[in-house]
Design a protein around this ligand. Sequence first.
Ligand code: HEC
Length: 379
Amino acid sequence: MRRFAYLLILAGFGAPMEAAEITVQAPAVQRTVSLDPADPAWQKAPAASIALMPQGMVRPWGGGAVKRVEARALYTPQELFVRLQWEDKNADLTPSASQSFTDACAIMLPARAGSWPSPFMGDAQNPVVIWRWSAAAQKDVDEGYQAAEAAHPRLHYDFEPRPNDPLYRAAQGAGNPLAERERTTPVEFLAAKGYGSLTSQPDERVRGKGVWKDGQWTVVMAKPLQGTPTLAKAGRVPISFAVWDGGAGERNGLKAVSIWQSLALGPVSALPERTPAARGERVFRRYGCAVCHGPGGRGGVKSDNAQGGLVPPINKVKEGFTEEEVKQVVRRGRSSVPEDPSGPTPPLHMNAWSQVMDERELDDLVKYLWTLAPETQEW
Ligand code: HEC
């Protein structure tokens, strides 16, 4: 499927391909495009199949029910359109009970043109923006706000709350976007600069429509190009993806995520030919290794209750590991041994990358890590 996507892209656009980085090629379309996922304009946009993995960076680790999402994009003179499609046997769209959650999907882009933020919700220096569609919000838009009665038709109240009195609707009164009753779009626009900083930006409008049919969701999201700095001019932009399966209990950090891929607005020039180590540096960046192992793998990143209190540096792995041993750590992931066994689990935990990382990327990555090792001292 993934190879097929490459072939399509190569055949259609002659776009460059480097290691296993996937380019979602967005052609320019000079006519109005509707939000209908079946709009004929999509026939022009090649499909890219993106591998997803469970969110394994911070608590609560997990999710990952959906393994792959097919992404397409196109742009008109006014707007960027992104279409995501994935398999999900059941449509979960009424989160009106504490144990039920909604299906959802999202894309992430750097907030600033030319920046390359951490793939895990951005970082303090490099914020990100997120467009998040949810099936529950779609149902609100299509059928009106889904209150508790939608999930529980025989719900009985001992007393009648006064309608529209925020005193009786604390979440709505506090402006919680989940309790919004006058929804006009199923897509929320958010900004983040690292974990725990996700903020809704209700003034930024993303239109959207999602349709579930024959065991799959197809969701279209569209946002004006103007006012979105990263999309202001054609070219290559980092993009990443997330999907939640509400029926599998996924919400918030429990989700399936990708690492950075690229979105190409219009034809883009080929990435320059590079050495394996230089390609490996790009892999290091796209996978966010520096978030935990520090810039250039030099370490210094705190992880409470881990041995030594820090995530180990990886700029000297050449001295203690064979190439194959490093590859095994990257494929399988690694948890730190706690300093105090009765204490909390160290928060930074290395994801198993085998679901999403191509062996060619892994070869290049190891070549890069080997260039980081300082020259051995000659006596
Ligand atoms: C979310 C944090 C995180 C990210 C991102 C991360 N790692 Fe790790 N990594 C860790 C932790 C934690 C350990 C285990 C440390 C320990 O044993 O205490 C580790 C261990 C390792 C080790 C073994 C080092 C040793 O001395 O035992 C290697 C090699 C490694 N990581 C490479 C990578 C590479 C390459 C990437 C990018 C693809 C990466 N890591 C991304 C957290 C992370």
